[in-house]
Design a protein around this ligand. Sequence first.
Ligand SMILES: NC(=O)c1ccc[n+]([C@@H]2O[C@H](COP(=O)([O-])OP(=O)(O)OC[C@H]3O[C@@H](n4cnc5c(N)ncnc54)[C@H](OP(=O)(O)O)[C@@H]3O)[C@@H](O)[C@H]2O)c1
Length: 224
Amino acid sequence: MSASQHQPSEARTIGILGAGRVGAAVARQALKAGYDVRIATAKPADDLVLLAEIVTPGAVAVEAAEAARADIVVVAVPLHKYRTLQPELLAGRTVIDAMNYWAPIDGEIGDFENDPRSSSEIVQAYLSGSDIVKTLNHIGYHDLEEDDRAAGTADRRALAMAGGSDDAKARVAGFIERLGYDAIDAGPLEAGRAFQPGTEIFNGSHSAEQMRSILAAEREPSLA
Ligand SMILES: NC(=O)c1ccc[n+]([C@@H]2O[C@H](COP(=O)([O-])OP(=O)(O)OC[C@H]3O[C@@H](n4cnc5c(N)ncnc54)[C@H](OP(=O)(O)O)[C@@H]3O)[C@@H](O)[C@H]2O)c1
């Protein structure tokens, strides 16, 4: 097969690490899009079963190890807990980093405060065997379930993605599109700096055209 014919397999199962505000919203939206959803916290699956039945009906409460075997794994845990994730479980997986470092809200975290890299690059270094794609961090958890639109709708919102693996980004793009959003590739993981807290993208809602233009201006400030 030539490189141009190569197509990453489409995701069918979504594993979610974190059953809080973001994890639950992503789970519901993924169920609505027809995915098989497995959700986990750091606690035993039995502790989550009842909550999952109420908050994310249709999602299966599992151990983190099982959620990590899904085609795409969404990490939606508070960033200060990122070192409680188990790198060996996530090795070889396509992993969405939906976490943010937002010191005014969450407090200062030394690993992020004293490192010039973007938060997702630090997470990628920790989860060194995974293909991290930064996305879903710049849409409010409540908006995720309200702003979805069918493909081609005039007011469809765009979400940016950044990551080092084109295959992982293609798989994640398919997921984002099915959730009801245009997926825009911002480039390598460091480009995710353009949609961290405090940025124009983080603070707003943008069409695909607007998103491309903001990202282009970030890459080439002289174009702005
Ligand atoms: N607020 C927003 O609209 C928004 C939007 C996009 C992204 N974000 C980002 O999303 C992340 C999550 O935010 P949130 O508000 O959803 O947090 P939250 O409501 O506090 O939920 C965090 C969840 O993570 C679980 N957890 C902790 N450590 C874990 C581990 N090692 N493995 C699996 N699950 C684990 C917790 O369960 P246990 O402690 O019981 O294990 C809990 O279910 C943050 O980084 C935030 O900045 C927020």
